[in-house]
Design a protein around this ligand. Structure first.
Ligand SMILES: NC(=O)c1ccc[n+]([C@@H]2O[C@H](COP(=O)([O-])OP(=O)(O)OC[C@H]3O[C@@H](n4cnc5c(N)ncnc54)[C@H](O)[C@@H]3O)[C@@H](O)[C@H]2O)c1
Length: 615
């Protein structure tokens, strides 16, 4: 028996091919058989679908994309087995990177499905144009060619092929990222959409796109026995039995709309006047056009508290969540459980403690932040806060505003930073930059407490000494600055007990996270004079309630408060950096490119950093 075959072959781009040739590696390929007795219309339909969707001509290949499609008539007698389309591992190398490879399989399964649903040659089912009655009416059996496909797949794989379209599509939605082929699919979808919104523009698939958009659920036929249910049940995809089903529709669906939800802070008039306030609801991180040009929905809100909030409402079907530490949308374990589509959380800034990271790990949700985007901004703020506390700046300025002039009143609590011992809890990106910036002040000593020791060269460069015991560390410092992330090991770290070990009259600066310091313990220590002052911009709840004790606490001399709203890491310079960073993380996600390793807090199913607790 002669067979017509459709061969889907992963051809690879020039870079991949050269690399693979040098490694002696051959690409995997997949053949889908069209039995010889299949009516020409079936083959015609497949070829037409593939050519229109992939825009490859029969027997042609392309190096513009990692997928090419070959059509040919095989003369070999069956069984011409289905070649494994991928090697069992869901990954391959593209441009030397480890990226998902499953997409080729997905395409093959679509083609298989096209074939199988177009009908059994024996039952004489129909061509594209004549077959709608056939596809809708009467009972259909699983087509013999499906069985043949399953059987030959079994021969090759020892397992049946996945005809479970739902499963495959779901997965390919994930695999889309990083796979060069996915770019192509997105391109196809985008072109289709563009054409749709520009009626009359060139000959196009506008009709198909419009139909798939309009297809009401009721037009989807009931499941057919013997075929997997989930595929039919998926509301995203028209049934293959529908007259509107086509490979190209499926491909468009593949890159269908996802919801990107951003929780940002209200910028009000300031944001209207200053477009560089990118982290605001008004200016939307400057990525609306980018997100929407990819056909995705972009929801931006500041309404984040309580079950009726926009955050709680939209998180249920959002695929991407963007939050900012300056106005954090708290993604609790409960919310994660409700967020069935959620794949990736992006922190517009640094510090992802507003996400329940352990639950994100178990739900395989990636958590990324724009590492380094505002570390200089914060380090500068830390140095400023140390100086304003040590030099008693705030009461001096308030005196001037009041119209008073009493030098002794403020000078009695003012000191030089020179000759003091300053220590940082956490010597990561920010902590280390603080040490670097303190170097010219000729402090008596610079100390750090961190479970990860600095490399010898790095600690030598800032002349910092590591102290391994926290109580011992604080007891040696005149100034303590907190620069570690908030996690189980640091929540409430600076509490009544630890404060007893501070030098009497020490200064404490915390720009890391409010909850690292016990609110009431700190307020008590400031008012008793155990701490000469406390400064920072982070609060245990944000926005801080009007009556938060840290707003008004004072030391016995009426000073010692350097609190400001959470803004040290959101200078206009920092906003430009983290908005860009969010965009490039999103871009990588959409294109399935690997993320920058330093941005990954939780990767696929595991922590990618050691900064959030010793593991
Ligand atoms: N106020 C702001 O605007 C702002 C902006 C950016 C970052 N931050 C906060 O600063 C934190 C640090 O940022 P980074 O970029 O320096 O992070 P980083 O990951 O570079 O450094 C964190 C350091 O803390 C250390 N650490 C973790 N747990 C510790 C513990 N229990 N004791 C001692 N050290 C510990 C880690 O080992 C690491 O060296 C962020 O997690 C965030 O919470 C605040």
């Amino acid at each position: 028996m002669q067979s017509a075959s459709v061969r889907l072959e992963s051809e690879g781009c020039g870079v991949c091919r050269r690399r693979e040739a040098s490694e002696g590696h051959t690409r995997n390929r997949g053949d889908v058989l069209v039995p010889d007795e299949a009516p020409d219309s079936v083959l015609h339909r497949v070829v037409e679908s593939c050519t229109s969707s992939f825009r490859f001509q029969p027997s042609s290949s392309s190096t513009g994309c990692c997928i090419s499609v070959h059509f040919y008539k095989a003369v070999a007698a069956p069984p011409v087995p289905l070649q494994p389309l991928y090697d069992g591992s869901p990954r391959c190398h593209v441009h030397g990177r480890d990226v998902p490879y499953k997409l080729t399989k997905t395409i093959t399964s679509y083609v298989s499905r096209e074939l199988s649903f177009l009908g059994s040659p024996r039952s004489g089912t129909a061509s594209r144009h004549s077959g709608s009655a056939d596809r809708h009416g009467g009972e259909r059996q699983q087509a013999p060619n499906v069985k043949a496909l399953v059987a030959s797949w079994r021969l090759c794989h020892g397992a049946p092929p996945s005809f479970d379209g739902y499963h495959t599509i779901q997965q390919s939605m994930q695999w889309r990222q990083g796979c060069r082929a996915a770019n192509f699919l997105e391109h196809v979808a985008r072109r289709a959409r563009e054409r749709h919104v520009r009626p009359g523009a060139r000959r196009c698939r506008k009709r198909e796109w419009a139909l798939s958009e309009r297809l009401p659920p009721s037009t989807r036929p009931e499941p057919v026995s013997g075929l997997p249910q989930p595929f039919y049940k998926s509301s995203r995809f028209p049934s293959p039995l529908s007259p509107h089903f086509s490979l190209s529709n499926q491909l468009i669906s593949l890159s269908a709309t996802m919801k990107v939800l951003a929780i940002l802070y209200d910028g009000g008039k300031a944001a209207e006047e200053e477009p560089r306030l990118l982290g605001t609801v008004e200016n939307e991180l400057g990525i609306r056009e980018f997100v929407e040009s990819h056909g995705h929905e972009y929801i931006v809100t500041s309404d984040k508290e309580g079950p009726d909030s926009a955050f709680h409402k939209h998180i249920v079907d959002a695929e991407v969540l963007i939050t900012t530490p300056f106005h954090p949308g708290y993604l609790t374990a409960d919310l994660i459980k409700q967020a069935k589509n959620l794949k990736i959380c992006i922190t517009a800034g640094v510090g992802s403690d507003h996400v329940d990271l352990d639950t994100a790990v178990t739900h395989k949700i990636q958590v990324l932040e724009v590492s380094g985007s505002n570390v200089v901004s914060v380090a500068e703020h830390v140095v400023m806060s140390i100086l304003l506390l040590v030099r008693n700046f705030v009461p001096a300025h308030e005196m001037i505003e009041r119209g008073d002039w009493q030098v002794s009143q403020v000078a009695r609590a003012a000191f030089d930073l020179e000759g003091k011992v300053v220590g940082t809890i956490g010597a990561g990106r920010i902590g280390y930059r603080v040490l670097q910036r303190l170097l010219p002040f000729d402090c008596k000593e610079l100390l750090y407490y961190d479970y990860a020791a600095l490399p010898a060269e790095a600690s030598k460069a800032v002349r910092a000494r590591r102290v391994e015991d926290l109580k011992e560390f604080v007891s040696q410092c005149d100034v303590v600055t907190v620069n570690c992330p908030l996690h189980d090991g640091t929540r409430g770290l600076v509490n009544t007990e630890l404060l007893k070990h501070f030098k009497k009259g020490a200064w404490l600066v915390n720009t890391a996270r409010g909850a690292i310091c016990d609110k009431d313990a700190v307020a008590a220590a400031v008012s008793s004079g155990q701490l000469a002052g406390y400064a920072g911009d982070v609060w245990n709840v944000q926005p801080a309630p009007r009556d938060h004790v840290w707003r008004t606490m004072k030391n016995p001399l009426g000073g010692g408060n350097g609190m400001v709203p959470h803004y040290s890491g959101t200078t206009l310079d920092a906003q430009a950096r983290y908005a860009n960073g969010v965009k490039s993380i999103l871009e990588n996600y959409l294109k399935a490119h690997p993320q920058e390793p330093q941005n990954v807090i939780v990767g696929h199913g595991g922590y990618a950093t050691k900064a959030y607790g010793q593991r």
